[in-house]
Design a binder for this molecule. Structure first.
Ligand code: FES
Length: 108
């Protein structure tokens, strides 16, 4: 995992159940944060690489999120685009749980 330069609190753990996602803004970036059914946490750039839509306005299905505009899908663990019309992956960010807080690591 990347050694993030700066960790930013984006939520309280108890606010986000398993299978839930939410939109966060930190360091001028729009970030989608995902709490999967296996209790793992992931964060990716929240803006779709195809046109402009927030991925957290779409649908989370297992470990992939579907864009609300044209049904492109991304793997929330890797940021990888999974199907047309996506031809560019999204960035990922490390997530850390510290006590009752969810932290996202921003690059320096
Ligand atoms: S804007 Fe996301 S698939 Fe087109």
């Amino acid at each position: 995992m990347v050694d993030a330069a700066k960790w930013v609190r984006v939520a309280a753990v108890k606010q986000v159940g398993k299978g839930d996602m939410f939109a966060a803004e930190a360091g001028g970036k729009k970030i989608g944060v995902f709490h999967l059914e296996d209790d793992s946490w992931h964060a990716i750039e929240n803006v779709c690489t195809h046109a402009y839509a927030l991925l957290t306005d779409g649908w989370l299905d297992g470990d992939s999120v579907e864009c609300p505009l044209h049904a492109g899908r991304f793997d929330v663990r890797t940021g990888k685009g999974l199907c047309a019309p996506i031809d560019e992956d999204v960035a990922t960010f490390p997530v850390r749980i510290e006590g009752t807080d969810v932290l996202v690591g921003l690059p320096g």
